[in-house]
Design a protein around this ligand. Structure first.
Ligand SMILES: [Cu+2]
Length: 78
């Protein structure tokens, strides 16, 4: 089973649930990276600044082969 250490630029986040189940309250702190597998992870982003189409935030898998294969994205905040 493949896992993906996902990173979101420009903000921190909390893991709300993993595989549809609430996470252990001891792990609710703000994160920089979250391990994602096929069961899914729900996160809550905290964003303190805007990001438009010229300077969007980026998210990606930290495994370079995955990132190069397209496991990357951008998003804007208004
Ligand atoms: Cu990956």
């Amino acid at each position: 089973m493949m896992i993906h250490p996902f990173h979101v630029h420009g903000c921190s986040f909390q893991v709300v649930s993993r595989a549809g189940q609430p996470v252990d309250p001891r792990t609710e702190g703000h994160k920089d990276v979250v391990v994602v597998d096929r069961r899914g992870v729900e996160i809550l982003l905290r964003v303190d600044q805007k990001a438009d189409k010229k300077t969007p935030f980026m998210l990606h898998c930290h495994i370079l082969q995955h990132e190069d294969a397209g496991m990357t994205g951008q998003f804007t905040v208004t």
